[in-house]
Design a protein around this ligand. Structure first.
Ligand SMILES: Nc1ncnc2c1ncn2[C@@H]1O[C@H](COP(=O)(O)OP(=O)(O)OP(=O)(O)O)[C@@H](O)[C@H]1O
Length: 242
């Protein structure tokens, strides 16, 4: 079942096409890698699909909800934005309980959800520690847990591994794979790192200058060009990050 459907999705800023006619679909349980050089339109795509920005053209539906009902879409999605901030003095558990309460959970349920999600992202043993003591990777995992409090059908992660060391990166990738596998959620993963996409994504969107240059199963794109980095170079004229 398609959990995301975009048709001709566009965003203009004056004369600049940040996104120009994006059409694609994604299914439940799929990790879709959103790739492109700087300024390609990745963040714009995420902001449109998460209803933070209004499109200048096209339509879309997320979790079966059409784009003219943004409030309903917001209840069905989770988002880790490009640069998320956290309340340093709160503990991880307090932060997640508060997030769950915002989505209408009772005090009792919020406690249970927070505990379960912290364990899921590997922070169970640090639940009671202040966020100020968390490493960057731990904060990113807390942000992913925050994105899951409403049991979303679609999760958008904008460069979740930026600035992490290889171990931190691996932890995030295995968390992402588990979200898709165990929860059956669709994950949209925006990244500059091609190897990450090769590890966790079944399908790929490659954007360049606001235009979709390739879309489809990773295997097909790799088979056509020899490797994902060769495809990326062919389509964008730039070498991606390994
Ligand atoms: N608020 C804005 N006003 C004007 N132009 C904007 C605005 N936001 C984005 N743009 C432009 O839209 C284009 C797409 O930007 P976007 O941030 O979506 O790219 P990106 O692929 O996420 O880039 P990066 O990898 O650098 O984060 C860029 O040319 C950018 O300068």
């Amino acid at each position: 079942m398609a959990t995301i459907e975009a048709i001709g999705l566009s965003k203009r800023y004056g004369a600049r096409n940040a996104l120009d006619g994006l059409t694609f679909a994604a299914d439940a349980g799929e990790v879709i890698g959103l790739l492109g050089p700087n300024g390609a339109g990745k963040t714009t795509t995420i902001r449109l699909l998460t209803t933070i920005l209004e499109p200048t053209g096209g339509t879309f539906a997320v979790a079966g909800v059409p784009s003219d009902q943004p409030h309903r879409i917001r209840r069905r999605i989770g988002v880790l934005p490009e640069s998320a901030g956290y309340p340093a003095r709160q503990t991880g558990a307090e932060y997640l309980r508060y997030a769950a309460r915002l989505f209408g959970s009772s005090r009792h349920d919020a406690r249970a959800v927070a505990g379960r999600l912290l364990t899921d992202v590997g922070l169970g043993d640090r639940a009671g520690a202040r966020i100020s003591t968390y490493s960057r990777g731990m904060k990113q995992r807390l942000g992913i847990a925050r994105a899951l409090v409403n049991d979303p059908a679609v999760v958008f992660l904008d460069e979740p591994t930026l600035g992490l060391d290889p171990a931190g990166q691996r932890e995030i990738l295995s968390t992402i794979a588990a979200i898709a596998e165990r929860r059956g959620a669709t994950v949209v993963l925006s990244t500059h790192t091609l190897t990450e996409v090769e590890q966790v994504s079944g399908s790929v969107l490659i954007l360049d200058h606001g235009r979709l240059r390739a879309a489809g199963p990773l295997a097909g794109i790799v088979a056509g060009a020899g490797s994902l980095s060769a495809a990326f170079l062919d389509l964008t004229g730039e070498s991606g990050h390994d």
